[in-house]
Ligand binder design. Structure first.
Ligand SMILES: Nc1ncnc2c1ncn2[C@@H]1O[C@H](COP(=O)(O)OP(=O)(O)OP(=O)(O)O)[C@@H](O)[C@H]1O
Length: 619
């Protein structure tokens, strides 16, 4: 970051804000602050795109504070009114932004002519809407920071007056303007007065395209701050951030990850996994492996491991993040998803590892940008599956992001075998872990199918067998995508090292259910086998006699009919002999005879049906 003195600003900021910056150790402005603060403070709408970790937060915090101070100079805020609204896509980021405001507000002189400026956090699941409204009325904050859902509910309340709001900030604006949040943002914008300033901030704001105008901005100034233009430097990547990739087979990924986390020097690492369920699954196994390695003295120091994902409740999520941020262990590792990709400013993160690239290419920069912030050195490693995924390097290059190839660390045979047996042993301790692995595997396949760059990440060419082995599966789960598996093994079995009949759950009630179901299935199998055997024997013994019986009755019937016909013919002949026969009578008689035969057949048939019906009722 280049250095512009706070006094060199064309717009003069409040002296106490300048003092606060100096006290926070920010002797100079970052480029994005130098270009944004004067414009946004002087009634310009701005769209700011600057590399990750370049100080965008302070670039809007200062103008917001400036605005509130100026309103205060005119007249105090009326009850139920506020002056600024800052929206962020995640609770963690909203909390972080509020903390940045408060870090500056700590320096607001108590005895100044202006009342104390206050902030309020508005995010779901921390406290109820009623509690938020109560806090708002009693605390009377001028700056509201929160997530779209809760802000929307909050602004709808009649206890909140929006007509004094002079500035709206959308941090991570491209995310807020995508499909998942757009309708909430449009609704928030409708609550606010038209005469206000709007600022959009992100490292990838250009992805929002024309949607930026849905925020009601008029004639915004676009500010783009790239990294320094050193030869070979990527404009969209901070110069202090090294981006690299390694190409490997899917079943090697976790071994390599373990090697990186245990053998390499780093202080804090963030590891990105594709789905929430894979975070919890791999957290389980890595926690076990780290402990085992420490016990067996394979590593010298404890590694603090944390897991964070979107399916966790809000409070534990916030707690985990603070614990990781504040962790003073020699090595700390956070396993997470894209929920911790945008905006989070965790000091001392020096390594980011992506076990898989994100489905959205924009997210790549946000994930990597959790390290190499504010001119600190950082490294981001992305693992790519051997084959088609290697094209991702060229794809990112077109987007102006250059990735350096890194050789895959050598895995010693002894370490590889230790890993395999430790993983299998851990997995076999509880069948619940295998179920977890199956769900994670299936979720991964779903995730893979959502890649934006679908020509690179092709569901048809995924290494299903390697992936299954990475997740510790010995059998491919039944799913439609199995049609893409080359040489699909009999029954999906990759190997027979797990005896599923004896594979038990640690959870007692689950195990009881499993045993009960196993017994029921066995009984069913036995019963089915018995029935089949009986049927076979019955058919063997009775079918011949049945057939001959049926044949017998048929012959009998034929004989009877023949006899009847003969009797009728004899009767006709007798009549003819008697001389009182005529042609019409003959025909009539022939008709009678035919009807008699049909009637007799019908009677027999209905009798037979009655018999069949009767036989069912008897069962
Ligand atoms: N003027 C400054 N001088 C030195 N450091 C600064 C200055 N302003 C901000 N910083 C520090 O830079 C780091 C990154 O700032 P910030 O979180 O605002 O980055 P960002 O541009 O919003 O990144 P992202 O795109 O990832 O959200 C923070 O630790 C912050 O304290």
């Amino acid at each position: 970051m280049s250095s512009t003195n706070w006094d060199d600003l064309s717009y003069k900021i409040q002296p106490w804000i300048k003092d606060a910056m100096l006290s926070l150790g920010f002797s100079h402005m970052t480029p994005v602050q130098a270009s944004t603060i004067p414009l946004l403070s002087q009634n310009k709408d701005v769209v700011v795109q600057a590399v990750t970790g370049s100080g965008k937060t302070m670039a809007f915090v200062i103008p917001v504070l400036e605005k509130i101070c100026r309103i205060f100079l005119d007249e105090p805020f009326k009850k139920s009114h506020f002056g600024a609204l800052v929206v962020s896509p995640t609770r963690e980021l909203a909390k972080q932004i509020e903390a940045v405001f408060n870090s500056v507000l700590e320096y607001q002189p108590e005895r100044s002519a202006l009342p104390q400026i206050k902030t309020q956090l508005l995010v779901g699941s921390i406290q109820s809407l009623q509690e938020d409204l109560y806090t708002f009325i009693s605390k009377r904050p001028q700056i509201l920071v929160g997530t779209p859902g809760r802000i929307n509910e909050f602004l709808r309340s009649s206890s909140v007056k929006t007509n004094s709001c002079e500035i709206l900030i959308l941090d991570e604006a491209d995310k807020l303007l995508d499909m998942s949040f757009l309708s909430s943002i449009e609704s928030i914008v409708r609550f606010l007065p038209r005469q206000r300033r709007t600022g959009l901030f992100s490292a990838t704001v250009s992805s929002a395209g024309n949607d930026i105008f849905k925020t009601g901005m008029t004639n915004p100034v676009k500010i783009t701050v790239n990294s320094s233009s050193l030869p070979g430097a990527d404009s969209t990547v901070p110069t202090s951030l090294g981006l690299c990739y390694m190409v490997l087979q899917a079943n090697m990924k976790l071994k390599v990850l373990l090697q990186l986390l245990t053998k390499y020097r780093y202080h804090k690492t963030i590891v990105y996994f594709p789905t929430c369920i894979s975070v919890t699954y791999f957290y389980g196994i890595f926690h076990h492996l780290f402990c085992k390695m420490l016990q067996e003295k394979r590593i010298d120091d404890e590694i603090a491991l944390f897991s964070l994902h979107g399916k966790l409740e809000a409070k534990p999520r916030m707690k985990t993040l603070s614990k990781f941020t504040e962790s003073t262990e020699e090595k700390s590792v956070l396993f997470t998803t894209d929920v911790a990709a945008r905006g989070l400013d965790i000091p001392d993160v020096d390594l980011v590892i992506q076990v898989d690239p994100p489905t959205d290419p924009d997210m790549f920069l946000h994930r990597c940008g959790r390290t190499g912030r504010a001119n600190k050195v950082g490294k981001a490693v992305t693992m790519l599956n051997k084959g088609r995924e290697e094209d991702y390097v060229g794809f990112m290059d077109v987007k102006g992001i250059t990735l350096e190839q890194m050789s895959v660390p050598k895995i010693e045979l002894e370490f590889s075998e230790w890993y395999d047996s430790s993983f299998r042993q851990w997995e076999l301790e509880d069948r619940g872990r295998y179920d977890h692995a199956v769900r994670s595997y299936v979720a991964y396949v779903m995730y893979y199918s959502k890649h934006v760059a679908s020509s690179i990440f092709r569901i048809r060419t995924l290494d299903y067998k390697g992936l299954a082995s990475m997740y510790g599966l010995t059998r491919l789960p039944k799913m439609p995508e199995n049609k893409y598996v080359e040489d699909f093994p009999e029954g999906g079995f990759l190997d027979s090292s797990i005896n599923f009949d004896k594979y038990s759950y640690l959870d007692k009630s689950k195990e009881e259910t499993r045993l009960y179901e196993l017994k029921t299935q066995e009984r069913k199998k036995e019963r089915r086998a018995k029935t089949m055997k009986k049927k076979f024997l019955d058919e063997k013994n009775t079918s011949w006699s049945d057939k001959s019986l049926k044949k017998g009755t048929k012959v009998e019937r034929r004989v009877k009919m023949k006899r009847r016909r003969e009797a009728v013919e004899i009767a006709i002949a007798q009549k003819e002999e008697e001389g009182d026969s005529n042609e019409a009578e003959d025909r009539e008689k022939e008709k009678d005879w035919k009807e008699a035969v049909i009637e007799s057949k019908r009677r027999k048939k209905s009798k037979k049906q009655e018999m069949v019906q009767g036989s069912f009722d008897d069962l």
